[in-house]
Design a binder for this molecule. Structure first.
Ligand code: 5GP
Ligand code: MN
Length: 323
């Protein structure tokens, strides 16, 4: 098996020999997905490459990330084509590429860059590092292999990826390397307070109303070792919150003392999307995989057919309980 440096070189070589490159992350993009996509786009362009940023779902970036440099260039993957290289980011399996799945698999060369431990290595080249805090951090490490110096736009996007996937530099993935890379990004032009304000202090009144509703439904289960809440489609109409404004909703619940795991269930007409977070070392990634999803030990998710009640019935027995 080639060492990690060798794989970085292979990725750089694939990029250098490509003439038209698609860059795309997972459905329902979060800060690492959008930050990695735009960060790599800017990096490739600074090396003189033709790079197109695609969305795996939806037609526009989430409002939270709309102010990132280049966000206006993100376009739906439907109808896009003519690429000789597709770079899949932060997506452990092709299904996570949503609308872009077919395009990714049909493009002559597929490169996968990801930090999920359950990555299926579905590319021709797979740069996978579960020790990386964010896919954006891996792109930062790729820059020297491409021989280009990241500018302020690259730095702003990749700092956003790192800031969000580490929970503002607080989760257990916040290694010394994360701080070193973050410092390099700031030196290269990432503006910490601007990015922090854009990402964490730019919520709509509707989003706050949705937080209030979510908190009002907080429920304890499994003898108090699990806390969960839920939202459904009507809640968006009733509060005015946008569907994309739920990324940090689970963070409101995870602050609660004394639980091992928290869950947020989001119901749509016939399925429920579940976000899981572990607080005390329990592996929610394993639970998510058992129920058809995936993720990290401390943060994972899955989507399941059914109602809030039926999905809770399947989920809770897999989470910690007193007995
Ligand atoms: P979130 O709860 O923020 O949507 O997701 C938490 C983590 O779990 C992220 O790393 C995300 O990539 C992963 N994840 C969420 N849903 C799924 C899923 O359906 N499949 C897989 N493989 N990973 C997921
Ligand atoms: Mn990530």
């Amino acid at each position: 098996m080639p060492g990690q440096a060798e794989i970085f070189k292979q990725v750089a070589s694939a990029i250098n020999s490509a003439s038209s490159i698609a860059v795309c992350a997972h459905v329902d993009p979060d800060g690492d997905a959008i930050g990695s996509t735009l960060g790599l786009m800017h990096l490739l362009r600074s090396c003189g490459k033709n790079a197109t940023p695609l969305l795996a779902s939806g037609s526009h970036p989430p409002l939270t990330y709309a102010a990132l440099p280049g966000a206006e260039e993100l376009r739906p993957s439907a109808g896009a084509g003519g690429f000789d290289l597709f770079v899949a980011l932060d997506s452990p399996d092709p299904a996570r590429l949503g609308d872009a799945r077919e395009l990714a698999l049909a493009t002559p060369t597929l490169v996968v860059i990801d930090h999920h431990p359950d990555n299926k290595r579905y590319g021709a080249i797979n740069l996978v590092d579960p020790d990386s805090a964010a896919t954006g951090e891996m792109i930062w490490e790729l820059a020297p292999y491409l021989g280009c110096t990241p500018d302020a736009s690259v730095s702003a996007c990749l700092f956003t990826a790192l800031m969000t996937d580490t929970g503002r530099f607080s989760y257990s993935n916040t290694t010394p390397a994360v701080f070193r890379h973050a410092a390099e990004m700031v030196e290269a032009g990432a503006n910490v307070s601007d990015l922090f304000r854009q990402v964490f202090e730019s919520r709509t009144p509707g989003a706050l109303a949705l937080v209030a509703l979510t908190m009002s439904r907080l429920t304890f289960a499994n003898s108090g070792r699990v806390a969960y809440s839920w939202i459904d489609a009507d809640d968006f109409a009733n509060t005015g919150a946008l569907p994309e404004e739920t990324e940090t909703l689970i963070d409101e619940i995870r602050v609660i003392i004394g639980v091992d795991a928290v869950a947020l269930l989001k119901a749509s007409h016939d399925s429920v999307r579940v976000s899981l977070r572990a607080k005390t070392g329990f592996d929610v990634g394993l639970v998510a995989r058992t129920l058809g999803g995936g993720g990290h030990a401390a943060a994972a998710g899955f989507t399941r057919g059914g109602t809030i009640e039926s999905v809770l019935g399947e989920l809770l027995p897999h989470l910690p309980s007193a007995s």
